[in-house]
Design a protein around this ligand. Structure first.
Ligand code: A2P
Length: 255
């Protein structure tokens, strides 16, 4: 993110009413997120316990002995005493070390053998809540019906990333899947409620119990994405949107 834009956006988001902030060391803006939260606390706008901050353990830090020091590094960058949630960013491990994307002389990623369960077990010694969280891509074009049902049965909370269909940045997005927010059904339903396709997409997810983490650096759109609690979709509309599922990911994680 361009320097400072994250700081401003998080402050606007907190003023708007957002409380869940999805961050990661590897986004390289945790210092700005931390500063925004601390400034809003200092202003008396919020208390620390009002915020739900999610941090992430990067792929090079999966060996169990690295988990705690890596979390401590994140806390130092944020200048906060704790995070509310700390998740394994991706279920594959890279070779530990300074390189974030360790590659061999042929440019191939160097993976690392670690037991994912052992990484996860570390949290058992410290965490206070018993709920599990799964962060996956989820939106009207990738609705994950089977996974959603499984998670419902096992009391696992799904957080859906790319709920608006991503920024369509070709360096990491499969842009052969059409732009979500141009979808005629989402736009037609939006028209009925005087809402945008983005608001309909977000409302659809929360209404089926999926947590959403929309991203925007635009003040107007940050506010727009929060105006989703004053209308609800009918069962028929929910079904219509579910039927848009293409079973195609925008984020293929080809590494
Ligand atoms: P911008 O930052 O200019 O608002 P996702 O949350 O699925 O990753 O999508 C993020 C992308 O969607 C960003 O490119 C963001 O651009 C754009 N975006 C965010 N909110 C809206 C909105 N309400 N309408 C249209 N585009 C949006």
């Amino acid at each position: 993110t361009p320097k400072g834009s994250c700081l401003e956006s998080v402050k606007i988001a907190i003023d708007t009413g957002y409380r869940h902030i999805d961050g990661a060391f590897v986004y390289y803006n945790e210092h700005e997120v931390g500063q925004a939260i601390r400034e809003k606390i200092a202003e008396g706008r919020i208390k620390r316990e009002d915020i739900f901050y999610c941090g992430k353990l990067w792929n090079t830090c999966h060996p169990p002995e690295l988990v705690r020091p890596t979390l401590e590094k994140t806390l130092k960058i944020l200048q906060l005493d704790y995070v509310d949630l700390y998740i394994i960013e991706l279920p594959m491990a890279f070779k530990p070390g300074d390189a974030i994307y360790p590659k061999d002389e042929n440019g191939k990623m160097i993976y690392h053998e670690t037991d994912l369960c052992a990484t996860w077990e570390v949290s058992k010694h410290t965490h206070r809540s018993s709920s599990s969280v799964l962060l996956v891509e989820c939106h009207p074009y990738f609705t994950q019906p089977k996974l959603l049902e499984f998670c419902r049965q096992h009391d696992i909370v799904i957080v859906g990333y790319s709920p608006l269909g991503t920024s369509r940045d070709e360096t990491w997005v499969n842009v052969s899947s059409p732009p979500l927010l141009k979808d005629p059904v989402l736009n037609a339903i939006g028209k009925k409620y005087n809402k945008t396709a983005a608001q309909v997409a977000l409302r659809f997810s929360i209404q089926r119990g999926v947590v959403v983490i929309p991203k925007s650096f635009n003040p107007q759109r940050i506010r727009e994405n929060f105006q989703i609690f004053d209308f609800s979709l009918t069962e028929k509309e929910m079904k219509e949107i579910e039927a848009l599922n293409k079973n195609v990911r925008y984020v293929e994680l080809l590494m």
